[in-house]
Design a binder for this molecule. Structure first.
Ligand code: CUA
Length: 153
C-alpha cells in the first residue's frame, strides 16, 4: 500500500472515531439527547394512565398553561383550545392508536406523536389569532379531517 494511502486511511478512520466519541460524549455524558420521546406508556391503557386519564388544560402559573392531550383517529382531545396572548403553553401529547402529527400553522410547533410515547413541547403564543392545528402524519381515511384550532386573544 502506498504511504499516502495509509496516511489518508488513518486520518479518515481517526476522524470517524473522533466524531463518534464526541457524539457519544454529548449524548450520554452531557445528556444532549432528543428532548422528547423519553417517557413511555402503554398505548393500550392511555385512558387509565395519568395524566392522560384526564386530558385537559391546567393553568400552572401566570400566563402559563399545561395541556394534556390525546390524539386519536381523527381528533384531538381536548380540542378548540383558547389562551390569552402571551401565554406559554406546555403540551404533553400521546397517541391512542397510530402515529399522528401535531402541527400548529404559523408557529414552529411541529411534532410527531407516536403511540407508546409522550411528546413534550412548549410554545409561547404572543400574537392573537386563530391558529390552525393539523395532523400532518397520514393516519387513515379521515386524516384530512383531523384538525382543530387554538385561539389566542
Ligand atoms: Cu391523525 Cu393524520
Amino acid at each position: 500500500m502506498h504511504k499516502s494511502e495509509k496516511i489518508w486511511l488513518t486520518l479518515s478512520f481517526g476522524m470517524i472515531m473522533g466524531f463518534m466519541i464526541l457524539t457519544g460524549y454529548q449524548a450520554f455524558a452531557l445528556g444532549m439527547g432528543t428532548p422528547s420521546g423519553q417517557t413511555t406508556l402503554d398505548p393500550q391503557k392511555v385512558d387509565q394512565t395519568a395524566p392522560f386519564d384526564k386530558p385537559g388544560v391546567t393553568q400552572i402559573g401566570e400566563n402559563e398553561y399545561e395541556v394534556v392531550m390525546t390524539l386519536q383517529i381523527f381528533s384531538f382531545t381536548p380540542n378548540k383550545l383558547e389562551f390569552p396572548a402571551g401565554s406559554t403553553v406546555h403540551f404533553k401529547l400521546t397517541s391512542k392508536d397510530v402515529v399522528h402529527g401535531f402541527e400548529v400553522a404559523g408557529t414552529n410547533l411541529n411534532a410527531m406523536v407516536m403511540p407508546g410515547y409522550v411528546q413534550e413541547i412548549t410554545q409561547k403564543f404572543d400574537k392573537p389569532g386563530d391558529y390552525l392545528v393539523l395532523c400532518n402524519e397520514y393516519c387513515g381515511a379521515g386524516h384530512q379531517l383531523m384538525s382543530t384550532t387554538i385561539t389566542v386573544k
